[in-house]
Design a protein around this ligand. Structure first.
Ligand code: BG6
Length: 513
């Protein structure tokens, strides 16, 4: 089957995908991600009959627990977190093939035991299976896991046979350019790039995939998609939640590493890249890398108004009083970590030169919303009276990634009546109204794609480095500045005033999503 013909954007899910016997080993099996996302994703793939008949799940973690206990943990995770109710008969078929291996992540002998377990499953099957190693541990042990997968002989080099290993690596992929390059070197010393699946779960979201379909399956957008017609582009990834219990992790990360370097830059790349020559993984990723490399490096001058970082103060979210970031559990009262970041980026290519791309992401903002808004140039004002011309809104095309998934076009329309008065109105497509609301979770798509070997919705090594290359100078500069230049915003607001001023300086304004 050619890559194109089985690609999700062209074919959708077909029942016979992933037919090869498959053993998924989840490293970090006692972690949150495994319970909340991975096990429920595997279960939902089973419900949709998308798992191969010979499917095995192995949990790997430091804590020694018997297989039986891990099975119970999985059952509970499905009952709690799956989008569909637990159907015991379906789950039983996987549960019977679910095992647990314990050991340290730097303990080669434990990996050898894991390999022996996989070999014995294959022996029982009487045929080779592919092994998908899903690394969902804290990043500090990514490196020893990869090295041990190589050392124990599990990372069989990719060959055109049905016996090969794939590795899925969770985020964060490095904390700066040097560490991402180092991790890439370690991975590429053990696996070939085509065996590697770097996760950015935003790429698994239905609406992010739909962005490509909307852009390239419609002819009305392409002629407008450039500096002649677009005034600015605004990408908002806002959360109303604070850091919760993840203060320890977040202190080392901050909004720029946690959300901008990966999710937000991916949205930007998909929105702004050139049309790929085909919808296969390499063509799409080539275009994304080209786009990321065309972004002008950020000036890290202290006074640069195009880079804003801020921390949330206490405030009201959904009517409830919430603490400021520096009062959160696990967070230093002197913290220098940003919970909000806004950037103005210039893309130096033929299509976009001169069009500002505004990116913002923050925690404890007014509400949870992810959207891409493309604001078109204002219409010429010759046909209407002065007052009407002034009130003409810019046409805006908004992709709502979440929640209320869909897209909206803002148009000027005539208010009924004997005078010519205009008002902006919305043309709205809502995903759930048209297609129903029970869409697959991002991780269902991503686990399935890793199994069938489709890397389109994963990040390639050079892509992650291109994105870190842009962000790392900011972190280096901030590290030298301490809290200097750190803005504040009230929890439940749309961010600091400085971010508003960033747009005003250009006669632009943030959209209120
Ligand atoms: C994760 C970040 O990658 O994405 C979290 O580490 C963030 O801090 C989460 O809350 C947001 O994901 P989603 O799918 O809820 O928008």
């Amino acid at each position: 089957m050619s890559e194109e013909s089985r690609h999700p954007f062209l074919k959708g899910l077909s029942k016979h995908r992933g037919a090869q016997p498959t053993i998924i080993t989840i490293f970090g099996a006692s972690g949150d991600l495994c319970a909340r996302k991975l096990v429920p994703a595997i279960y939902n793939l089973a419900v949709d009959n998308l798992l191969p008949a010979d499917f095995y799940l192995i949990g790997y973690g430091r804590k020694p627990i018997p297989d039986e206990e891990f099975r119970e943990v999985c059952t509970e995770a499905i009952s709690k977190f799956s989008r569909r109710k637990l159907d015991k008969d379906i789950w039983k078929r996987i549960e019977e093939h679910t095992y647990y291996c314990s050991g340290g992540y730097d303990e080669l002998a434990a990996f050898e035991k894991l390999k022996a377990k996989i070999d014995s499953i294959e022996k029982d099957l009487g045929r080779a299976a592919q092994s998908v190693c899903y690394v969902s541990t804290p990043p500090s042990v990514f490196e020893p896991i990869i090295k041990n997968l190589g050392a124990c002989g599990l990372a069989t080099k990719y060959q055109e046979t049905d016996k090969h290993t794939k590795v899925v690596v969770e985020k964060p992929f490095g904390k700066d350019l040097a560490s991402a390059q180092n991790l890439n070197r370690v991975i590429q010393g053990v696996f070939q790039e085509r065996q590697v699946y770097r996760i950015d779960h935003y790429l698994g979201k239905e609406t992010v995939q739909d962005l490509l379909v909307q852009r390239f399956a419609n002819s009305i957008f392409e002629p407008l998609w450039n500096r002649q017609y677009v005034e600015n582009v605004q990408i908002t990834v806002a959360e109303s939640l604070g850091v919760g219990t993840r203060g320890g992790y977040y202190e080392q990360s901050g909004a720029t590493r946690d959300m901008i370097q990966n999710h937000t830059m991916q949205l930007l790349a998909l929105m702004a890249m050139e049309p790929p020559s085909s919808l296969n993984a390499e063509s799409i990723r080539d275009e994304k890398v080209k786009l990321l490399k065309a972004i002008e490096p950020l000036n890290t001058d202290y006074a640069n108004p195009d880079v804003i970082r801020a921390q949330y103060d206490e405030g009201l979210v959904d009517g409830l009083k919430v603490p400021g970031y520096r009062q959160e559990q696990g967070v230093s009262t002197e913290s220098e970590t940003e919970t909000y970041c806004a950037l103005r980026l210039n893309i130096n290519n033929w299509r976009w030169q001169g069009v500002p791309f505004y990116l913002r992401s923050g925690k404890r903002m007014s509400r949870r919303v992810t959207e891409i808004a493309i604001q078109f140039k204002r219409p010429p004002s010759t046909l209407f009276s002065k007052n009407e011309s002034l009130s003409l809104a810019s046409n805006t095309l908004v992709y709502q990634i979440q929640p209320d998934e869909g897209s909206t076009v803002l148009l000027n329309a005539k208010i009924p009546g004997l005078q010519t008065r205009t008002q902006p109105v919305k043309m709205h497509f809502k995903y759930s109204t048209t297609f129903g609301s029970n869409t697959p979770e991002a991780y269902e798509r991503l686990v399935l794609d890793a199994m069938i070997g489709d890397g389109t919705l994963f990040i390639r090594g050079d892509e992650t480095e291109a994105s870190w290359n842009l962000i790392t100078p900011l972190h280096e500069f901030w590290a030298s500045e301490g809290r200097r230049g750190m803005e504040a915003y009230t929890s439940g607001s749309w961010g600091p005033r400085a971010a508003d001023r960033m747009l005003w300086a250009n006669n632009d304004e943030w959209r209120r999503p």
